[in-house]
Design a protein around this ligand. Sequence first.
Ligand code: OGA
Ligand code: MN
Length: 207
Amino acid sequence: MMTTENSACLARIVDDLAERGWSLQPAFIAQTLTQELAEECRARAAAGALAPAGVGRGDGLQVREGVRGDRIQWLEPGQSPASDQYLQCLDALRQALNQGLYLGLEDFEGHFALYPPGAFYQKHVDRFRDDDRRTVSVVFYLNPDWQAEQGGALRLYLEDGRTQDVLPQAGTLAVFLSADLPHEVLPASRERLSLTGWFRRRGEQPL
Ligand code: OGA
Ligand code: MN
């Protein structure tokens, strides 16, 4: 159900993206749902369901741990009540972005991600060279009591030359324009869990 509180949160994300291309929300969804998602991520990892993430797409997909060292599992509707609830929250965000910014976002693709201690993801942009559908990146963090000394920040390279570090603290949602903001994940001294994904617009269909 949509509350006044979360519609205010969606409105802030829309305004931030319009003004500067990125937004951080420290408490995007209820703490209980955040905890359920963290437990689910750990359970999926313990069951061996998370696989080394690749770089690139389609035939060019490669596992390169020197580029990214996370393990992932893609989200599908119907996997669990918690992940379905999360997908519903994201769909409300997708609709708010379409209403406020006319982005024409059609769908979402995303995955659980686990970075073991020491793993990182080198500086990159999320939009693929040969597929421009990824438009808005959304990363939701699942790590309670994260301390800055533990590393693991998401570092955003802003358009004015500054950087913005985001700690992967449970409850925080980072949102940014996929084509515009290069970013990296710094290594951490503890396991780092997240749900990462992208709202996509319609692609150019070959005739
Ligand atoms: C990614 C990514 C950021 C993060 O998976 O493309 O940049 O903070 N993740 O996990
Ligand atoms: Mn990325």
